[in-house]
Design a protein around this ligand. Structure first.
Ligand SMILES: [Mn+2]
Length: 328
């Protein structure tokens, strides 16, 4: 892959990724930045991202160099590289990208049209970090670069569980592991750990869960008061719907939580058969076949809306002949 040949004569390079940066976004930006700083010591390489979550900040070498206010004294960068995103989701970096002399876009989202003058978009790749690994010279990788790329692969593959995980992913991750960073601790901190408040909110959601359609659909909801009473805020419900769908016999799960505005955010997950994107779209939301979401306005009765959603899932399961006894 010759894509980095494009920047070899550049003196100033900007790098950015999507808003609300996750492990893959931040890991790919920082991994590539550390690599370019090493390979091109005369060049200036600036990374622009929204502030990183604490667990990522603590585990991604170079995180302290990220420019989080998107301010720079440079009018125009010689090259600007966007990773793990199209240009429409890079918040404050969009103008810098559009003004740059040369633009490069590297991404693994199939929906990305390729927003750079040079593009490397591969929808079958597990992560942007796997793509960065492909385009850099492996002889120049060091521990800090390896750690950044490893974090992105771990987080975007759900710890090497999702179907996007390939032999190539595992081979790259296996190679990166040999650089000697403390991967058990890092994986625990960036992937498995929850705050005490998040654990208690999860526990509340699990204890309130209902089993529908003979155990094929698991449903739970938390109103705003239930979350705040445990000291939680909106982001503390992340991961709850995944926990619900990890129930033996479940095809899918629905989790709804009330926002401070009174609106309800509903998340769907599906293991197989059920296409939850259709259900989210019916309510004005969107997403993928196996993961989607929508917002229900506060003037609607959420209990009745969820009953309608379960009825739609019943229809899909019956059509697929997966509900032979049609239990209530
Ligand atoms: Mn990604």
């Amino acid at each position: 892959m010759q894509i980095l040949e494009e920047v070899k004569d550049c003196k100033t390079i900007g790098i950015s990724g999507h808003e609300n940066p996750d492990g893959d976004c931040a890991g790919s930006c920082l991994g590539l930045a550390l690599y370019l700083r090493k390979m091109m010591p005369g060049a200036r390489v600036d990374v622009f991202l929204e502030p990183l979550r604490e667990d990522l900040y603590n585990n991604l070498p170079g995180a302290d160099t990220v420019i989080t206010n998107f301010r720079t004294d440079l009018e125009v960068y010689d090259a600007f590289i966007v990773l793990d995103s199209a240009k429409d989701r890079i918040s404050g970096a969009k103008e810098l990208f559009e003004r740059a002399e040369k633009t490069i876009n590297i991404d693994h989202h199939i929906s990305n049209p390729g927003d750079g003058m040079v593009n490397y978009v591969n929808g079958s790749s597990s992560s942007a970090c796997e793509l960065v690994y492909e385009v850099i010279d492996h002889d120049q990788i060091d521990t800090d670069i390896a750690q950044n790329l490893y974090v992105g692969m771990v987080t975007d593959t759900g710890c090497f569980r999702f179907s996007s995980t390939s032999r190539k992913t595992m081979q790259a991750a296996g190679e990166l592991m040999t650089y000697g960073f403390d991967f058990p601790r890092i994986v625990r901190e960036v992937y498995f750990e929850k705050t005490f408040v998040q654990q208690r909110v999860l526990g509340r959601a699990l204890s309130k869960a209902k089993s529908c359609l003979g155990g094929r659909c698991i449903v739970s909801k938390l109103d705003h008061l239930a979350i705040t009473a445990l000291g939680g805020v909106g982001k503390d419900v992340e991961g709850i719907v995944s926990a619900l769908v990890s129930t033996t016999g479940a095809h899918c799960a629905i989790f709804a939580h009330e926002r401070s505005t009174g609106d309800w955010r509903v998340s769907f997950r599906s293991n197989q058969i059920v296409d939850v994107s259709v259900i989210a779209q019916h309510y004005g939301g969107g997403g993928h076949i196996r993961a989607s979401g929508c917002t229900i306005q506060k003037n609607r009765d959420i209990t009745i809306v969820i009953q309608e959603m379960v009825a739609m899932i019943r229809g899909q399961l019956k059509a697929a002949d997966e509900l032979p006894d049609d239990p209530e």
